[in-house]
Write a protein that binds this ligand. Structure first.
Ligand code: CS2
Ligand code: MG
Length: 404
């Protein structure tokens, strides 16, 4: 076969933060790019790709995207899980990239074409105290953002998820071992609704406000929070309860009309099936990279469409600009798309992955370049080596490990 897969390279590098990048080359010289980054577990997914997947791909027809997906998924007894699914996700987006480049079409065109002119985004605002938070909210609104996620420090705690005392927030700390942070849900529950009400007062009714609880609350605490913030009219409340327990959201649903979002740590359609089919959520947040690529997320979003749930893919800095492009192409062609998170990237990451996608005035565009529209500067990656960086581990005030 003249256009068969010939080379599979896995590059782990750190242009501003750690990324696992996959380069699939065909015999006729087309290069497809994929992202397979699992924050804090980069080397495991790189080994899975290099040692177990690359040998299976060489010689295959890169145009048989669905067949390769099924082969990599069903052909292994030990399936699902973040490492496996990110590896498959990276391969899948690289194959879509190849198909786009071969046909001269942007990937969104291959997915059925655009169903919208622009992709609505939300950005982050945080502040250790209210004045600092309001400053960042104002900055986001001045940038043209229509939707802003708000996170605040909590009295009595010295560290809180999503908040930094510096102007830039990156959750993974560059160190050989993870940092440890303290957490107290009751202090947070007492404090956060008031902060949100103050932000709402400050920005008026027009701005969509979002908030992320990072899987930390019990079902009852989450229901109390969702109810307490109703007057502030949240666009969504994210990850209020642990992701592995879909039933936990039922109580929240029964007690509040605050829209609920979850799913950034889900890896397959089966992780979200119950939540979607039973309409326990309003937004499904699967990341293209962590849930098996474009091919699988497309099925998740189709299931969501049947049940009135909207797609709202995860878009933190640990989803590389390559996977981010995949997310935007899928968003452009998905009718039940809701909103795309845009956390933004360090300058070096933009330089390492020159991209056709754009963020302007609060809106995102996938661009019209063939494939995913992302390139890679291999010299720049080579000059910025991987070094361990980990998300923190959280402990309750009595020292018990809790969800971070
Ligand atoms: C967060 C992420 O963007 C979000 O909603 O929950 O920043 C998350 O903490 C990181 O992606 C973890 O790797
Ligand atoms: Mg989140």
């Amino acid at each position: 076969m003249t256009d068969a897969i010939q080379g599979v390279d896995v590059i782990v590098a750190s242009p501003g933060r750690n990324y696992v990048t996959l380069r699939i080359t065909t015999a006729d010289g087309i290069v497809g790019l994929g992202d397979a980054t699992v924050n804090g577990r980069e080397l495991s997914v790189a080994s899975y790709l290099r040692d177990h997947i690359a040998p299976l791909l060489v010689g295959r027809d890169p145009g048989r995207i669905e067949d390769i997906w099924q082969y990599l998924y069903r052909g292994v007894y030990w399936r699902r899980g973040p490492i496996t699914m990110a590896a498959i996700g990276g391969v899948d987006m690289a194959l879509w990239d190849i198909l786009g480049k071969r046909t001269g079409q942007p990937v969104y065109q291959l997915l059925g074409g655009r169903v919208r002119d622009r992709i609505t985004s939300y950005r982050h605002a945080f502040g250790w105290d209210l004045p600092a938070l309001l400053d960042q909210v104002d900055e986001r609104v001045a940038e043209g953002c229509t939707h802003v996620r708000v996170q605040t420090g909590v009295p009595g705690l010295t560290t809180v998820y999503g908040v930094s005392k510096d102007p830039v927030y990156e959750p993974a700390g560059r160190a050989p071992l993870p940092a440890e942070e303290g957490w107290d849900s009751e202090s947070y529950l007492r404090y956060f609704p008031g902060v949100l009400a103050a932000v709402r007062d400050h920005v008026g009714e027009q701005v969509g406000l979002l908030h992320d609880s990072h899987h930390r609350l019990t079902s009852n605490q989450a229901a109390r929070l969702a109810k307490a913030v109703e007057p502030s009219n949240l666009f969504w409340l994210e990850d209020v309860t642990p992701a592995e327990d879909p039933e936990a959201l039922r109580l929240v649903r029964q007690h509040s009309t605050t829209p609920l979002a979850i799913g950034e740590v889900f890896n397959t359609i089966w992780d979200c099936q119950q939540l979607i089919e039973q309409r326990l959520i309003d937004y499904i947040r699967t990341a293209i990279v962590h849930a098996g690529g474009i091919s699988h997320c497309r099925k998740i979003f189709a299931l969501a469409e049947v049940h009135g749930v909207l797609a709202a893919p995860h878009g933190p800095s640990d989803v590389s600009p390559v996977a981010y492009a995949a997310s935007l192409h899928l968003a452009a062609a998905t009718h039940n798309f809701g909103i795309q998170e845009y956390m933004g990237y360090p300058d070096l990451a933009h330089e390492a992955f020159p991209h056709a996608w754009t963020f302007e005035n609060g809106a995102l565009q996938p661009g019209d370049a063939a494939g995913l529209g992302v390139d890679v500067d291999l010299d720049l990656l080579a000059a910025h080596e991987y070094s361990p960086a980990y998300l923190p581990v959280a402990r309750r005030l009595d020292g018990t490990v809790t969800d971070w």
